[in-house]
Structures are given as C-alpha cells and as structure tokens.
Ligand binder design. Structure first.
Ligand code: GRF
Length: 298
C-alpha cells in the first residue's frame, strides 16, 4: 500500500522524491524566488516541469542499437547508477520475462534478472530460466515440493539475492503481505487491460480480453503496469499503452495485439526503474522521467 498521504494537485519540485535514489535532486526550472511557493497552490503546466541534476552522460557500448529500438534514442546510461538486481515472478509461458531478460542482455535495461519465482515448476518461464542459468524458486508452498517456500522464507531468500525490484509477469498467485511490506514501491505487475477497467480477482489471461470485447464499451485496450499492493490490480498505475479493439476482434487477436505492446512497455518501464527515473508526485502518483527529455514526466 502507498505510505504517502494523498493530497490533491501536484507537489512542488522539491517535494518530489525518487524513492529508489533519495539523494537525487530535482530542481524547478523556475527561479527559486518565484512567489508564492508552489506547494501552496495548484501550479500551471509550465511550473510542473523539472530539471534533473545528472552525472555526465556517456554512450552505452553494449547492445545499444537493439536497446534504441526498444526504448528510444541513442543516449546511453547515466554514470554512477548501480546496476539493479531483478526478480521476475511467472506462472506461464513467460514471454514478458523473456523480453525483459533479452533487454538486460542487450544493454537496454541496466539490471540483471538474478532469480525467477514461480508456482508452476514446469511452466515455459521456468524452463527458459533454467536454460539460461537463472535460479528458479518455487512459491508458494506446494505439496510434494519440499523446496517450495513459505512467504517469510521467500522474503529472506530474495534478500540473499539483494533484489532491488520484483517484476510480476503473469504470476497468478496473490502476492503475500510479507513481500509487499518487505519491498515497498519495488514490486510491479503487468496487466493486459487499461486498469482500473477489467481488473481484479478473476480477470486474468484470456478472460480479460473476452470481457473487454463482450462489454462492447471499449474501442481501446492495452497493457497497464502498476505497483503491487495487497489486492489484485489495485496498486498505483505507473504506465499504460493503448491498442485499438477492432469490431470483429476475437479475444485471441486482441490478446496478441496487447501482448506485443506489453513486451515493449515492460522493457521501457524496467529500464526506467533500473535507471532511477521514477519520481513520486505528492499525491502518490508515480511518474516516469523521459530518457529523451529529462524535463518531461509521464
Ligand atoms: C500477460 O498478458 C500479462 O499481462 C498477464 O499475464 C500474461 C503473461 O504472459 N499478467 P506471458 O507469460 O508473459 O507470455
């Protein structure tokens, strides 16, 4: 759950904090003498633009061309930003997992997937992980699987991997409160609809796309990446992308269109997390700082 108080409107620049890097400084583009303080009123759009102090930019040598095709222009990573350790949770085929993994290898994501967690030891994602030498952890406790973990053991095992972020990618079990509390603002999930529509318990897999089409109310759908709290699909929304819903779409056709967008979006968001480009608005809304234009947040 969000720990911040919810307040209306935007905060002043100095109030935005990057949770991943509390030392990072965000400065307003306005002169500091500009009266009255932004924190006391709703600013104009111009006033919510920020300048970020960064280390000098370097070009990234490894795999940048592939990275550019996924996340934009040719500017490389900032120096001084530590490479992050990622855990991915899957229950199924794991195409999002593969997409992010390939992006880490190509240099598009400044992190490494160091462990995979699954409740289905034989699923496609687990098979891929073993093939790539990524350790696989079983969670939750499964009968006849002595290696499977309880929630507290999962937390302590993830600690041993020094996990920075947890990416849920088609993991069908509810995340235990122990994990949510152990990793505040560090667990994200991808959902194949534009939340808050078509989300919550029971909305998973093809059921989501069938419901979108059956509703007749949606001309657009698309993936949402959100932070994870103790319920299904209710955490703060971090990013969304839109795809059209065609009049004669089957659920399978819509799912394929959304999934393609998911792969791009998860790489973009994982890159932003690992490069510490997430800022939190005073009202608790997470924003992604553009890589191309550090003054732009979305
Ligand atoms: C995706 O559609 C994702 O949105 C949902 O589960 C599916 C996982 O697909 N949470 P894959 O296993 O990554 O192919």
């Amino acid at each position: 759950m969000e720990t911040q108080r919810l307040l209306p409107g935007f905060c002043s620049a100095s109030q935005i904090q990057s949770i991943q890097n509390p030392n990072r400084t965000l400065l307003p583009t306005l002169p500091s003498s500009h009266p009255p303080p932004l924190s006391l009123r709703i600013p104009t759009p111009k006033e919510v633009s920020f300048k970020t102090i960064y280390y000098p930019k370097l070009r990234c040598r490894n795999g940048l061309r592939k990275a550019e095709s996924l996340i934009g222009n040719g500017e490389g990573l900032q120096t001084g930003i530590r490479r992050k350790n990622l855990a991915v949770f899957v229950s199924g085929g794991g195409s999002n997992f593969r997409s992010v993994h390939e992006a880490t290898l190509a240099g598009a994501v400044h992190g490494d997937i160091v462990v995979l967690v699954t409740n289905k030891p034989g699923c496609g994602g687990a098979v891929y992980a073993r093939d790539k030498g990524i350790p696989v952890i079983l969670f939750p406790k499964i009968k006849d699987q002595p290696d499977s973990l309880l929630a507290d053991d999962l937390v302590s095992t993830l600690r041993t991997y020094n996990i920075d972020f947890i990416l849920l990618a088609g993991f069908l079990k509810l995340i235990p409160v122990e994990l949510v509390q152990a990793y505040p603002r560090s667990i994200i999930n991808i959902h194949p609809s534009l939340l808050p529509a078509f989300g919550g318990k029971g909305y998973y897999g093809m059921k989501v796309h069938k419901a979108v089409i059956a509703s007749g109310a949606s001309r657009y759908s698309g993936p949402t990446i959100h932070y994870v709290d103790e319920q299904y699909d209710t955490g703060r929304i971090l990013a969304q992308r839109v795809v059209p819903v065609h009049a004669n779409d089957t659920a399978e056709e819509l799912a394929a269109r959304v999934l393609q967008k998911e792969h791009q979006l998860y790489v973009e968001v994982a890159a932003a997390l690992c490069e510490e480009r997430i800022a939190w608005r005073k009202d608790g809304v997470p924003l992604i700082q553009s890589k191309d234009n550090p003054n732009h947040y979305s």
